[in-house]
Design a protein around this ligand. Structure first.
Ligand code: GBH
Length: 442
């Protein structure tokens, strides 16, 4: 077991969650409906018919959850704010009772010595905005900035750093291209305007936050892309995938331009979504940090049939998580190097805003401990190589509503019994707590 003396003394330790996955209380205190409420009502949309209606009941049990965090000795807690609690229809006056909840949570965290790191959008768009086209509509970007402003009005005096969006790639692909997540559209490449509108929303919100002296991050799920072979076809396919998954959501932020998507037959205006001056709005505010959600690398081969310029190939010979995702800690090291090589001085300091794995219900989760330990080894090697990584937030504190998988995939340091809401720390909870304590003592 390592003491992580290889990470800087001010390295920050955290855990991550998201509103719809833990809060429950979907009808309380004036909360409006989100796209996930509607999506969960669709027969067959979520495994087992599970919904986030109650989830971990965190809306009521947050004091107990903050105590669990205090027990870990965390520096930071990344959670998300549910837009429909703040603005039930995504526009107009603030719902004070909704913001009160986050104010109680923020004050409880601060009192426990934990810095809140809120994400403003973790996929739970107000359904009323979706009824008007959701992120396919440019208008949604402006509504998002207005909402960000309202939240910052209330909490900006106590919360130093903010994450605008969580994983805009996953939201675009699962939500709008493939129909696996809410709002459940299967637009394939026609979903590309949602990339631009999310990034525009980020830029507009970031301008407001930064003008208040607040730090702004975005949390992207990034994956090192590996060609299935050395063939020119596989390499071209891998480049095409890389552009869509990674660079579409970073180049505009850090380089002020969209990557080449010609392999998709798509021009730099992303189906006409990009207007004159938009890239300045996206790049202009700047980023104080880049949040990286890392789960696994992606292996890509030439397309099996025409339609998309790539096909995903399995990664073999490595352990798989309960979810079936390959465990490749080295991919994190590789990814961090790729980011530095691509962006150089334009790369802001990095925080790992999600990293973790699902297991079965076991409390003796040595699989998770190994996962975290080996990923921290890979991270520490990148830090030793001179890459500026400031913190590590594990996904997740609690077992929770894992989107289309329902409650079947468990990512928690803490086990949750969804019948009784009993929380039981797993072995990984004690391991993480001790790791943090030893790092502090160095
Ligand atoms: C994140 O998404 C979310 O932010 C969070 O809400 C969620 O609960 C958590 O992760 C766990 O899922 O096909 O084997 O290559 C993660 C997005 C997209 C990461 C699919 C892994 C592919 C696995 N994920 N991806 S594989």
């Amino acid at each position: 077991m390592t003491d992580r003396h290889d990470l800087p003394p001010d390295f920050r330790w955290g855990v991550s969650t998201a509103a719809y996955q833990i809060e429950g209380a979907v009808d309380e205190d004036g909360r409006g409906r989100s796209v996930w409420d509607d999506f969960c009502d669709r027969p067959g949309a979520v495994k087992g018919g599970d919904t986030g209606r109650v989830a971990c009941d965190h809306y009521h049990r947050w004091p107990e959850d903050v105590e669990l965090m205090r027990g870990l000795g965390l520096d930071g807690y990344r959670f998300s704010i549910a837009w429909p609690r703040v603005q039930p229809t995504g526009r107009g006056a603030v719902n004070g009772a909704g913001l009160d909840f986050y104010e109680r949570l923020v004050d409880g965290l601060l009192e426990a010595g934990i810095t809140p790191l809120p994400t403003l959008f973790h996929w739970d768009l107000p359904q009323a905005l979706e009824d008007g086209g959701g992120w396919m509509q440019r208008e949604t970007a402006f509504r998002f900035a207005e909402y960000a402003d309202l939240v910052a009005d209330r909490l900006g005096d106590r919360v130093p750093a903010w994450i605008t969006l969580n994983e805009p790639f996953v939201h675009m692909v699962f939500g709008y291209a493939l129909g696996i997540h809410a709002p459940g559209h299967s637009l394939m490449l026609d979903a590309l305007p949602t990339a631009h509108h999310q990034l525009l929303g980020h830029g507009l919100a970031a301008a407001g936050l930064r003008s208040r002296g607040l730090d702004v991050l975005i949390a992207n799920n990034l994956t090192p892309v590996r060609p299935a072979s050395d063939s020119a076809e596989d390499r071209a396919a891998a480049d095409a995938y890389d552009a869509l998954h990674n660079w579409l959501f970073l180049d505009p932020l850090l380089l002020g331009r969209y990557p080449d998507l010609s392999a998709y037959g798509v021009g730099e205006d992303l189906h006409g979504a990009v207007r004159e001056g938009d890239l300045d709005l996206i790049t202009g505010p700047g980023l104080d940090g880049l949040g990286v959600n890392y789960y696994n690398p992606t292996r890509i081969a030439a397309p099996a049939d025409p339609g998309l310029p790539f096909t995903q190939a399995p990664i073999e010979g490595v352990p798989l998580t309960h979810f079936g995702w390959p465990v490749v800690p080295d991919g994190l090291h590789e990814l961090l190097h790729t980011l530095r090589a691509r962006y150089g001085d334009a790369l802001p300091p990095i925080t790992i805003t999600e990293s973790g794995c699902s297991t079965d219900e076991t409390l003796d989760d040595t699989f998770r401990i190994d996962y975290l330990a080996t990923h921290l080894d890979a991270l520490a090697r990148a830090v030793a190589d001179g890459i500026d990584v400031r913190g590590y937030y594990t996904w997740s504190l609690l077992d929770n509503f894992e989107w289309a998988e329902g409650f079947g995939e468990r990512f928690g340091l803490v086990h949750v019994d969804f019948d009784t809401q009993q929380r039981t720390p797993r072995a990984s909870y004690a391991w993480y707590r001790d790791l943090i304590a030893r790092h502090r003592a160095l």
